[in-house]
Write a protein that binds this ligand. Sequence first.
Ligand code: X8Z
Ligand code: ZN
Length: 605
Amino acid sequence: MSVTPKIISTLLASALAATSVTALAAPAAKPTAAEAERFLADTEARLNKLNNEQSRAAWVGSNFITDDTEGIASYFAERYLTASGEAAIGARRFNGVKLPAESARKIMLLQQTLVFADPKEREQYAQLQAAMNGAYGKAKYCSTPDNCMALGEMEKVLATSHDEAKLKEMWVGWHAQSPSYKQKYIDYVALSNKGAQQMGFADTGVMWRSQYDMPPEAFAAEMERLWQQVKPLYDSLLTYTRYKLRATYGPDVVPLDGPIPSHLFGNMWAQNWSNLYPLLKPTTGASSYDLTKVLEQRKTDAKQMTQYAEGFYTSLGMQKLPTSFWERSLLTKPRDRDVVCHASAWPLNEKDDVRIKMCITPTAEDFTVIHHELGHIYYFLAYTKQPFLFRNGANDGFHEAIGDTVALSITPSYLKQIGLMDQEPDVTADIPQLLERALSKVAILPFAYSVDKWRWDVYSGKTKPADYDNSWWQLREQYMGMKRPVPANGTSGFDAGAKYHVAADVPYARYFLADMLQFQFHRALCREAGYTGPLNRCSVYGNAKAGAKLQQMLALGASKPWPEALKAISGEDKIDGNALLEYFAPLKTWLDQQNAALAAAEKKS
Ligand code: X8Z
Ligand code: ZN
């Protein structure tokens, strides 16, 4: 798909002319393919350099949150934005010029970006982005002036406590932080839309939806199709969870019908319910194995956690992580300063300066997250040889899916092989294991879909700032079956901003796609490894053939439309929920049986 940008506004044309940018000096004659190649070579070299600088500044900005580092990060982000804006405008001259497929793709990719006509607005945009990132990273809930809690501590309470009042306090305490940067977000959205409109997109949401090798309307329809495909499984899981939460917190807190308060799901955003497993596990046949306990007992440190994950990737035939990764990554939360703890993976240059930033704790959840982060890292390393514009995932869902695909291979047999489990449970443990996995993989689906449904409406102007919370909770109720734990604070609230990806403006549809893709990848890799049993018991650990198949797709980066990359690994060319549904099919049957029995018992009482 190529985006057809509309006519450049006169304002932009004159503003850019005033900057005397060589790339903009439009030649009178129709540009040639040779000119396009020269333009691309120059542009890629320039953007690569500025991107490396911006990444380094952003790294420091997120690792040492101060006013100074925020200023430095926004200064370099702005420099990059200036160059990428000029490149986007420059690229338009070559629309319609007959070019080799890869060059035409680069010309298209260059135009999927914000362009600011007014340098002041560009500066303000970059400043707001850095400021929101910092505000999220610094935010704390203080019950008294000298008793403050960072997000990680509050998440721990939500994960482990069943004291409803305490859970509510944590939830309300964290959600009281984001209104402080609501005005920034409102201003940021307005600026971002202006930037998208300069490139012919109706708004930033449309630009986001245009990044999937299909028209934006087709992408929105795909998201809805995928959601409808998996919704029955989510409904079964929610019904079962409702009964168990009702048993724990009582019928006054958890109604039989209607939305459930969202602070009861073991997670600040109710997007991952893994921490509810002890409440939800089947009464018979449930494995008593607790990876968190094993990791804690062994005092597994952050480096060892990372080494376990690295060991998986090297078992697939991938390289060891470079020494600089170990020297430069941030693996634990520093005691003496504010950092953005939300886990992230970073390519700092086009060689092998790759790093992660994560406040690792020895828990089963972080064991999975570290595999997720290294998925990004191994993708970066696999496509370093691609030209700058192709150093990216086939689409952003692919980037998010790689590490999760690998983590689906964290099976009991794998844990036994690496010495983290003594004895593999028998097949009666399949349902408990599937349930545990569904609590993250199925629970996140309506969350991931609705975060960006909310933002699409915000960016389009359909949802006005005074309605941010209204709309957020309307979507939460519609898709997730949840409600706000306490009534909303009129029109000044900003609950969406309590989620990292909203404050940092990272699109979220990627996680929805990744949730489907990872099961397609897992199924394909298991087949490649010659495995024919149930997918939940397949681990490709140590399988070089599966590793080679994965690596082949990773190495493509963004050089081809994503359906080709998907085809290379799975033979399929559509993102589809059927692999996920196949994986969880035995659980769906079991949930429906449980729900029928629980409904009958409820009727009797
Ligand atoms: O943000 C992440 C990763 C980094 S890309 C840790 N995830 C989403 C989230 O935490 O909201 C992974 C799952 C969803
Ligand atoms: Zn990720």
